[in-house]
Design a protein around this ligand. Sequence first.
Ligand code: PEP
Ligand code: MG
Length: 326
Amino acid sequence: RQEVYRELRKKPSVTKDGVQVDLLMNAGLAVDLPQLAEAGAAGIGLFRTELQFMVASTFPRAEAQERLYRDVLDAARGKPVTFRTIDIGGDKVLPYFKGAIQEENPALGWRAIRLTLDRPGLLRTQIRALLKACGGRELKLMLPMVTELGEVAQAREIIDREVRHLSRFAHHLPTSLKLGAMLEVPSLLFQLDELMKAVDFVSVGSNDLFQFVMAVDRGNTQLSDRFDTLSTPFLRVLKQIADAGARNHTPVTLCGELAGKPISAMALIGLGYRSISMSPASIGPVKAMLTELPLDELQAFFDDNLMAPAHGLPMRALLQAFADDR
Ligand code: PEP
Ligand code: MG
């Protein structure tokens, strides 16, 4: 298999009927970077910046953050990289963060963009480090756990202020800055067009989105087999997001675990996703599926089944049958 995947790296990332789909990888530490070439990823679709904070015993200094971001971009050699601002809180606790509070529902609590907007010093330091590291290159930045568009506006103000600050001191700025939101909280599903207009791109965090749409704790093993990520309602949600992106000409990617399983990646591509980000080990298997996929047939399959699944069968069974037949 490994041999097959290695051969596949040289092949274009297109479906059997020639539609391009970008397969990106998720990363978070410098040790992940060699995987970019080994896995043959088209770029880094999610760089989890909080990992540097989680492996440290105190807040990483601005210089250390900047150095890491620069190393990531250097390793990417011009391939796109999307950095996510620190996603701490919830299950990602920093023992040295004195401001942390005890919460009954950490997943619904003071985490991610909520926390960093309340501690703007953290966000400012990180943004400044990113702007400096990306001098002369593109900066793609996304915000985790966005619930309201006001949070994007607030983050943008902080970014603009840092840009002004750095240009005053004649720093080399990024050639372009793209700001995206992660779609993980269902409130955004009811303002998709406004969301798509408010940002440069959207990245679906399907791990958290599934948790919140189904009201199921993503870490609870008692429930992990109970609800299906390929269930009809969740697939309809994913389709609405892809459609809203296309309608507004806003790029949409997906960077949760869903992207890494060939059957779910197949479903995503059928629903309209043209860029998905996964763990590096998944790129080979997903690319093997992609190059064999007749996308026109899959689109016809969804036209027939998404609103009315054949014989009332579960969508996963229908998708599996579609894959087996081909
Ligand atoms: C997600 O929620 O799908 C996601 C990519 O973010 P994380 O897994 O880091 O919460
Ligand atoms: Mg998440």
